[in-house]
Design a binder for this molecule. Structure first.
Ligand code: ZN
Length: 103
């Protein structure tokens, strides 16, 4: 067994699990409730996505990597590769010259 991702966002973990399920990688979500109760610290409830087989780790992280980057980039601005204007993350085309973000 190996921990893959720990997050307070259980919806996100559920989404990751469905990706691994589809790839037939055995995994489960472990809630950190017990740890929270035994510690005096009361914080956001955490959950960990765990792999049943350690050797699936490489494949699992490769599968999830694009989805993880997607989430972290969402709040960031991007620079147009053509005119160097900065664009809000929600824009797919540059507001100035209409160049697509990933061209
Ligand atoms: Zn541009």
């Amino acid at each position: 067994m190996r921990d893959l991702i720990t997050s307070i966002d259980s919806t996100r973990l559920g989404f990751f699990k469905s990706i691994l399920d589809e790839a037939e990688i055995a995994c489960f979500i472990r809630n950190e409730t017990t740890a929270q109760l035994t510690n005096i610290f009361i914080g956001p409830l955490q959950a960990t996505l765990c792999l049943v087989n350690d050797h699936d780790y490489e494949q699992a992280s490769t599968l999830l990597r694009p989805h993880q980057t997607e989430g972290t980039c969402a709040a960031e601005e991007w620079l147009c590769p053509v005119c160097k204007e900065s664009n809000p993350a929600s824009f797919e085309l540059c507001w100035k010259c209409q160049t697509a973000q990933h061209e």
